[in-house]
Design a protein around this ligand. Structure first.
Ligand SMILES: Nc1nc2c(ncn2[C@@H]2O[C@H](COP(=O)(O)OP(=O)(O)OP(=O)(O)O)[C@@H](O)[C@H]2O)c(=O)[nH]1
Ligand SMILES: [Mg+2]
Ligand SMILES: [Zn+2]
Length: 215
């Protein structure tokens, strides 16, 4: 118990440092969280491909193993650093700090931090991000928000991804939204498909609006 609190306290101090770094550089940092396979990297690939001429983007990729996700981002031509957490199941603030030293992002840029696929402990680890975005996909069940309330409570925006698969799965979009609002009345939603492209313009508008709010 005490060890866990020490780890969280240490992480929180470094999160404040990251927050100061982002503020000083007028950067928008988005922490992207979801269960494994909801489509974090797919959303990023598509977003970066569509938006990279409109803003400066950087990506930090978190996974237990492999450079697969960083390779996918690199293929789009956006600077990326892969963090492998090994046994770890979430990113911590010091990992973000180390990755930032490698990325050396420019002022006024946007940073995506793709967290390790996990709906549990990434909720407890503040990375100093400006916004936390949780992705739920239509293949994973509409009751995730009440099973993993902390994650939905701590996010400002929920992307409901794989909307193209709705005809084939038992996923009730209204129910998922109602469950998420039960744990977080202020959460916003956007329904998207990373593969088909549905709803992505609204997501891009959200990003640019949040960036403009910083200035
Ligand atoms: N039909 C459909 N498939 C999707 C969509 N988005 C992602 N996928 C597929 O879902 C699978 C997982 O996508 P990823 O983008 O790797 O998911 P992730 O959340 O980054 O996964 P981890 O990093 O392993 O947690 C891939 O096979 C994608 O092609 C979507 O909108 N529609
Ligand atoms: Mg991924
Ligand atoms: Zn963890």
């Amino acid at each position: 118990m005490e060890l866990e609190q020490n780890i969280l306290h240490h992480n929180q101090l470094l999160a404040e440092r990251n927050r100061g770094y982002f503020a000083a550089k007028n950067m928008l940092a988005v922490n992207l969280v979801s269960s494994p396979g909801s489509g974090k990297t797919s959303v990023l690939e598509r977003t970066l491909r569509d938006m990279k001429e409109r803003a400066d983007f950087y990506v930090i990729e978190g996974d237990q193993q492999t450079f697969n996700d960083a390779d996918r981002i690199d293929a789009v031509g956006v600077p990326v650093v892969q963090v492998n957490t090994g046994q770890g199941c979430h990113l911590e603030s010091d990992m973000v700090q180390t990755a930032l030293q490698k990325l050396k992002p420019r002022d006024n840029s946007l940073l995506f931090i793709e967290n390790v696929g996990n709906l549990v402990c990434p909720a407890m680890f503040d990375l100093g991000e400006n916004k936390r975005v949780v992705i739920i996909s239509t293949t994973e069940g509409d009751d995730k928000p009440i099973k993993y309330p902390d994650m939905f409570h701590s996010a400002q925006l929920c992307l409901i991804n794989k909307i193209d698969l709705l005809p084939y799965v038992n996923f009730d979009v209204d129910k998922a939204k109602a469950y998420a609002r039960r744990v977080n009345p202020d959460i916003e939603f956007l329904e998207v498909s990373a593969t088909v492209g549905t709803g992505l313009e609204a997501w891009y508008d959200w990003l640019l609006t949040e960036q403009q709010k910083l200035a």
